[in-house]
Design a protein around this ligand. Sequence first.
Ligand SMILES: *Cc1c(COP(=O)(O)O)cnc(C)c1O
Length: 427
Amino acid sequence: MSNPNWRLGTKCIQEGWEPKSGEARVLPIYQSTTFRYETAEEMGDLFDLKAAGFFYTRLANPTTDAVERKVAALEGGVGAVMTSAGMAATTMSIVNIAHAGDHIISSSAVYGGTFNLFYKTLKELGIDCTFVAPDATEAELEAAFRPNTRLVFGETLSNPSLQVLDIELFAKVAHAHQVPLIVDNTFPTPINCRPFEFGADIVVHSTSKYLDGHASALGGIIVDSGRFDWAAAGKYPELTTPDETYHGIVYTEHFGNAAYITKCRTHLMRDLGMSPSPMNGWLLSQGIDTLHLRMPRHCENAMKVAKALQADDRIAWVSFPDLEGDPQHALAKKYMPNGTCGVISFGVKGGRESASKLQSHLKLAAIATHVADLRTCVLHPASTTHRQMNDEQLAEAGVRPDLVRFSVGIEDADDIIADIKQALDQL
Ligand SMILES: *Cc1c(COP(=O)(O)O)cnc(C)c1O
């Protein structure tokens, strides 16, 4: 059934679950921790990685397996591992190939949770991170490398600042140093950007956002392009020398171009257990069935809202990479020619206080810390997530006091615009 030539919309619906004759048409929820075998030999072969199959849901589950194949097909990868949350996917994607004493490089324009992971938790584990500007030049990127650098990390479209990563440049410099580029592709989703086409080696997602789309289930996923040559790079002994906890298997020899993603599952899921529930795997699959319909609508609505705001003299500024004239526009068009996503930001005249008040006057748009799902929501960072900071500290963090983050949903755009207008009228 599966077909690499299918277009994205067909893959969203048809990839993943392939029922045999007489089996359920819709992906079943295998709500079971464990799986039964008839002989000890069959079970033994699974533990030795000699045979593929399910034996314990911490490592793999048929429901989760189907959604992993769907996302791998959409990104164009050789395999994927779903995790309990986006943060688990990012963590595993790194500790799979970086250890105490190693060093990583990351764009500084990353999700707040990712920044904390790199700045604090990985440091505590002995992995140092150098942050570089998302628009770093080749020379600036080069200067960040050390002999023990193991990978480079960035977000296609950063949350919440919507900085576009120059994936080709980051990949080129990473590859010159024989390390992979890992890209968090949460905001554009594979519908709007497929980072492997521009040289990225590993993609991670928080599926809690557009992929699920309904804000129903937390989840994350790691996808392996299968293109990075771990053996030739000569710096990844965990993939190229025997793993004594699996009877001396060498991942690159045994699993070929799926070495990285196989080790993620067999080693890290075994030892760290950041596994998703089968129910959340099913909800994710259900969400992705309509991803190709939802993403264009998010982009179209966001553009209508951005233009309406630009034309309103009570608005100080609007930032959305899809707008012509936006400083990010050219880069956004290169990597996301069909649009970026539904998240925009704008400033309200009257500054911090007016922006804060605007939130409470909105009726359709809900105040929520979540972004990137089908319901429109709003957040004024200066009075919520960043409320302990004064204007000076906000400026250092790159958050303007009057900034309103607006995640445009897929309701009727005219109702979203009318909601903002009536809220502005009350200021
Ligand atoms: C939300 C988010 C994460 C973290 O994902 P969770 O599912 O909340 O753990 C990571 N990266 C980006 C870009 C995000 O937006």
